[in-house]
Design a protein around this ligand. Structure first.
Ligand SMILES: O=C(O)CCC(=O)C(=O)O
Ligand SMILES: [Fe+2]
Length: 250
């Protein structure tokens, strides 16, 4: 249950850090499952497979968005309650959950492991009161892991994106000194307004910086209803490729 000062903080600053929101064993289960799928339980295997065949890791990473542990956490009753307390009358996840495994040796471009300053609104565009729940699966309380960085109060300025690159609505009006690192540990969550400007810190450690984010919109928002509940996410299969004839290739 959020208290008055937390609600005020969210409204004024655009984010809240909720320590020990989940039990750390719940979060460890998600990480354990993802690690088992991507690397048979070992991070070193993930680095090895990425070098040999990055598509395997990318495809498995996408499939993990549907995995039971990741989905279960997103549907946890505490999350739904939190969304309601923050003003979403009928919360609904409006994108698939995204799991990140940030490391420079697991990314083709810097933007894939170190997101530049952006607002998530550009890729959500649901209800105006939408929010993002971000949580670390590993200790993100030291600088070398590249903690999440936010610009407090920037959500009050509305949409600031001047360019969309790799699906990120880039914001260019803040300097490094405006960003504030959120030092959090497994079990803690960060909830932030979809207009809050944020970016990834740089992971210079030899550990993978694992995190997940869930995005929520509000089906009770009349403004979204007036836009026919528009969603920018398209979902369709790629129907090219030789294996389309498999297994009855003549
Ligand atoms: O985990 C991070 O550093 C940020 C990820 C992010 O901002 C996003 O996916 O929109
Ligand atoms: Fe983001």
């Amino acid at each position: 249950m959020l208290d008055e000062s937390q609600l005020k903080h969210y409204d004024k600053n655009g984010f809240l850090v909720l320590s020990k929101f989940f039990h750390k064993s719940e979060v460890a289960e998600v990480l354990g499952y993802s690690l088992s799928v991507l690397g048979n339980g070992l991070e070193s295997n993930i680095f090895k497979t990425w070098k040999e065949n990055p598509d395997k890791i990318k495809n498995l990473g996408k499939l993990l968005q549907y995995s039971e542990p990741i989905q279960r956490l997103g549907f946890d009753k505490k999350i739904r309650k939190l969304c309601k307390e923050l003003g979403l009358k009928k919360p609904i996840q409006c994108t698939r959950p995204v799991q990140f495994f940030h490391h420079k040796d697991l990314a083709e471009k810097e933007i894939y492991y170190k997101t530049p300053p952006h607002q998530d609104w550009a890729s959500i565009r649901g209800s105006l009161n939408g929010l993002v729940i971000w949580l670390p699966l590993v200790d993100c309380s030291y600088a070398a892991i590249g903690p999440l960085e936010i610009v407090p109060k920037s959500h009050k300025k509305g949409s600031l994106a001047v360019e969309v690159k790799n699906n990120f609505g880039l914001v260019k009006c803040y300097k490094s000194k405006d960003f504030y690192s959120l030092l959090v540990k497994p079990g803690d969550i960060v909830v932030f307004n979809q207009f809050l400007v944020h970016r990834s810190g740089k992971n210079t450690s030899n550990q993978i910086r694992w995190s997940i984010n869930y995005r929520f919109a509000d089906l009770a928002d009349p403004q979204w209803a007036a836009r026919d509940f528009y969603t920018p996410y398209k979902y369709y299969p790629d129907t090219t490729g030789e294996d389309i004839a498999y297994p009855i290739k003549s």
